[in-house]
Design a binder for this molecule. Structure first.
Ligand code: SAM
Length: 293
């Protein structure tokens, strides 16, 4: 589950503070929370704001209107940023990547991202592009579903759960996030208890990662990025689940071992107890950062 609000603000700023604060690249602008903080913290700076979700970027434009031409918005997956002309790589001093879901996507996009909202299953961040969660849940084979639940949700009885989905499909399509949540609750015998995570969280995570190909091209993106950035530039990556975190940890190690970048410590940084108390979903956040040598 992703946090609903910009997380680890102080840590993000403290890592970027040692850069020269000229031009920043926010790869996942969302509602513009971190981006606004960065622009406030570095008054002379500019920022390129990317998001794959057209509705989110329109909202970020409204939220950040007061920064005028200090911000440029680009609608794209960040892994495709190298195809965009006019990015002054030699000026960029800090890059932030905070993928996952924004509060808007979770609460009001109507795309079925969350098991706590009832809307049609879709889960595509790039609106209308590619395969939807509805197609995955209603058309994929038992084996395909089982692989998705196991690989991206690390769900224990993935095979059994995939079988249950197939059985339920015999009675009609699974159209909504609520229907999927109920199937999950029933299969895993869910009883709410303090401190226990709802089993649908992993099911929804698995579908979301698959539908949006969230892990695809991330390592290559970081490697190409590190080759484009100037000495002293910093890359900050926030992760919310172990699959993504492992990937970032590995690629950052690789950059260190080949003398391209230095790891910024502590490694990883985690939210303070106070932040977790105020914003519980932030508990799974980890921040990893490097400086280009
Ligand atoms: C957790 S929110 C970012 C919140 C933001 N840092 C803030 O402070 O408001 C994640 C955002 O990243 C976007 N996103 C996720 N993966 C992406 C990708 N591969 N390329 C571009 N945007 C992506 C989502 O659409 C979403 O708006």
């Amino acid at each position: 589950m992703n946090s609903h609000y910009p997380v680890m603000n102080n840590e993000v700023i403290s890592v970027l503070r040692d850069s020269d604060g000229d031009l920043f690249l926010d790869c996942t602008v969302g509602m513009g929370g971190h981006a606004s903080l960065i622009l406030d913290e570095f008054p002379g700076s500019e920022l390129i704001a990317i998001d794959a979700d057209s509705e989110s970027i329109e909202m970020a434009k409204v939220n950040m209107a007061s920064y005028g031409d200090r911000v440029r918005f680009i609608l794209t997956r960040f892994t495709r940023i190298f195809e965009i002309d006019g990015v002054e790589w030699d000026r960029i001093s800090g890059v932030l990547v905070d993928p996952g879901l924004s509060v808007y996507q979770i609460k009001s996009s109507g795309r079925g991202f969350s098991h706590s909202e009832d809307s049609r299953l879709d889960m595509r961040k790039e609106i209308g592009k590619g395969i939807s969660a509805h197609e995955v849940v209603n058309k994929f084979t038992e084996k395909e579903l089982s692989e998705i639940f196991e690989k991206y949700g690390e769900i224990r009885n993935a095979k059994g759960f995939a079988k249950r989905i197939i059985e339920r499909r015999l009675f009609g399509a699974i159209d909504t996030s609520e229907q999927l949540r109920k199937i999950t609750e029933d299969f895993f015998g869910w009883r709410p208890k303090r401190g226990r995570t709802h089993p649908a969280a992993r099911v929804f995570q698995a579908l979301r990662i698959y539908v949006n190909d969230e892990l695809g091209g991330i390592s290559e993106f970081i490697e190409t990025l590190s080759g484009n950035l100037k000495k002293g530039a910093r890359i900050v990556f926030l992760t919310f689940h172990s699959l993504e975190d492992r990937m970032i940890k590995e690629v950052f190690r690789k950059l260190k071992n080949s003398g391209i970048a230095e790891l910024i410590k502590p490694f990883p940084m985690k939210p303070t107890d106070e932040e977790v108390m105020l914003n519980n979903p932030s508990r799974s956040a980890k921040l990893r950062a490097v400086e280009i040598l």
